[in-house]
Write a protein that binds this ligand. Structure first.
Ligand SMILES: [Mn+2]
Length: 253
């Protein structure tokens, strides 16, 4: 059966609960919907392990497309012991400890230190090597008739964007979003938070590109872009935190 609706979601960053709720909010139906996840499943948020497990299941059982993000790549390289000192430093600077804590469990959480990374690597490889292999082999882009989906963006200086470097796919920022790409299709991307593009975490529509990273792990939101018949029809928004419980009925004292 041909899928009639596409849903694109990016930068989950350990926000596994919000992803689950967002899929319910969209009425996600694997028979009808092509889910496209734009990468960065790990780091920063509290549940990287659960996020990767859920994404793997969506790929396996629901035909979802999951792209690789720069955080996924770095996590793989750190856990496989292939990260350069500079990458290792950035990993711990940008939320890597939260990912390790999520994989190792309660007794480790909040006491992750860079000096013990080899011990963490060994433990994660022994419990969860399949997760690492899954993240390692994710593709860098997906496209349909009207849209190109990518984690960070496309380099406008490369005549055939498919020839661009892995670093462009995963890391590019201003050189992409400040310039027309002329790829003949609209580019749907994450990586750069929408709030940095237009002062709100809502989806950014910028001519030949659409930025969907709602900054969930920073306390903003997770966005789902809905596409039907080659056109954006709707955006679903899952807040990072649920509205605080009603205080009505409490004594005003
Ligand atoms: Mn990213």
């Amino acid at each position: 059966m041909k899928k009639t609706r596409t849903l694109a979601i990016s930068d989950i960053h350990g926000c596994a609960e919000q992803l689950k709720r967002l899929l319910v909010r969209c009425g996600f139906d694997a028979q009808r919907d092509q889910l496209v996840l734009l990468g960065d499943y790990v780091d920063r948020g509290p549940r990287s392990r659960q996020a990767v497990a859920l994404v793997r299941r969506l790929v396996r059982e629901s035909g979802a497309i999951a792209l690789q993000g720069n955080h996924d790549r770095r996590f793989v390289r750190v856990i496989q012991g292939r990260a350069h000192p500079e990458e290792l430093r950035k990993f711990f600077e940008k939320g890597g400890a939260e990912a390790i804590g999520s994989y190792l469990g309660k007794e480790y959480r909040s006491k992750i230190v860079p000096e013990r990374v080899d011990e963490y690597r060994a433990r994660i490889l022994s419990c969860c090597e399949e997760h690492i292999r899954f993240l390692e082999h994710l593709p860098y882009y997906y496209e349909d008739d009207r849209f190109i989906y990518v984690h960070a963006g496309l380099n406008p200086d490369i005549r055939d964007w498919r020839q661009q470097s892995v670093m462009d796919y995963l890391f590019i920022r201003e050189a992409f979003y400040k310039h027309p790409v002329k790829a003949g299709k609209t580019v749907v991307f994450g990586h750069t938070k929408a709030i940095e593009l237009h002062d709100t975490p809502d989806v950014w529509f910028g001519g030949d590109k659409i930025g969907i990273d709602g900054g969930c792990s920073y306390g903003y939101q997770l966005n789902a872009l809905e596409i039907v018949d080659g056109a954006v029809t709707q955006v679903y928004v899952e807040p990072a935190t649920r509205a605080s419980p009603q205080t009505a009925g409490r004594s005003s004292q």
